[in-house]
Design a protein. Structure first.
Length: 83
């Protein structure tokens, strides 16, 4: 019985060691998420201060495009870190 317990303990330790070797840094996600959060705060402040923000259709498309790129970047970094 002690041989089986020793083998199981060794297998668990090897699994933990393998997980530690493949750990990716979460810094890219934190950076992308922080940039997205700052962008959300910035457009909120502009929106409250200027009721006509964005002032035309081109600017609105630009804000939406940049927002979509930042969201895609943050979610991509989350997936990258998770896999």
């Amino acid at each position: 019985m002690s041989l089986l317990a020793t083998m199981l303990a060794a297998a668990e330790g090897a699994g933990e060691h393998a997980a530690e070797e493949h750990h990716k840094s979460e810094v890219p996600f934190f950076i992308a998420g922080s940039v997205l959060a700052l962008w959300a705060i910035a457009i909120s402040v502009f929106g409250f201060k200027r009721p006509d923000f964005p002032s035309n259709d081109g600017a609105a498309r630009g804000v939406m495009a940049l927002s979509a790129v930042l969201v895609l970047g943050a979610t991509s970094m989350a997936v990258y870190v998770a896999l």
